[in-house]
Design a protein around this ligand. Sequence first.
Ligand SMILES: Nc1ncnc2c1ncn2[C@@H]1O[C@H](COP(=O)(O)OP(=O)(O)OP(=O)(O)O)[C@@H](O)[C@H]1O
Ligand SMILES: [Mg+2]
Length: 239
Amino acid sequence: MTVQPAIVVEHLDVTRGRNEVLQDLSLTIPRGEITGLLGPSGSGKTTLLRCLVGLQVMRAGEVTVLGLVAGTPELRRRIGYVTQAPAVYSDITVADNLDYFSQILDAGPGAVARVLHEVDMERHRDRLVGTLSGGERARVSLATALLHSPELLVLDEPTVGLDPSLRDQLWTMFHELAESGVTIVVSSHVMDEAERCDSLILLREGRVLAHATLAELRERTGASNAEGAFLALVRTGPE
Ligand SMILES: Nc1ncnc2c1ncn2[C@@H]1O[C@H](COP(=O)(O)OP(=O)(O)OP(=O)(O)O)[C@@H](O)[C@H]1O
Ligand SMILES: [Mg+2]
């Protein structure tokens, strides 16, 4: 039995306003791995992630997620999406936020306690979200996406603005989730996070510059890290 990929994108074109944001973009993402989507600000990372979760109007192309056309209602229960800006209510407590999203997602009993433990926020459960630090708020946002135990987790710059130890903590958690079979697509413009991913998609001006492991990128370009590889590929053109 061949394992179906988690995501197949074929000849995707997206225009936002007057900008051609994604151009003839094709890629395949396997299941159970962490795929990093790296690229400078404005390269189209958020737009591509929005296509995966079915929130983006597409001009042309096809996006298949977990074997279904992106945007199929059934997928909502199978995907967890963490937006770039934390989408939680600041005027209610951590636990009340999670209870609220748990009801919307019909996540079942025990889900709130489980995710509070997973993101290590049990001791803050009764705090108003508005009084939390940026990193704590990011973890609450992540917790909301874990409530329904999704098969695919789409994370838009989840570690931006976090200190190194918190970033480390989150990455440990992403690896634990991936080991349990969850597919993770995570965007970042911090190229040093590349080392934490199983494979990398380098995006530039709405096109895939490369889709490979970090080791392959190093070999191909002679660079020692993702940033160097990116710059080398900008000079030599896409694969
Ligand atoms: N609603 C919109 N209308 C017009 N242009 C838009 C809109 N949203 C995004 N864009 C443009 O599309 C391009 C890609 O934006 P996108 O948010 O996908 O980039 P990104 O890679 O996620 O950047 P960042 O790292 O800053 O989050 C940018 O040039 C942006 O200005
Ligand atoms: Mg973005």
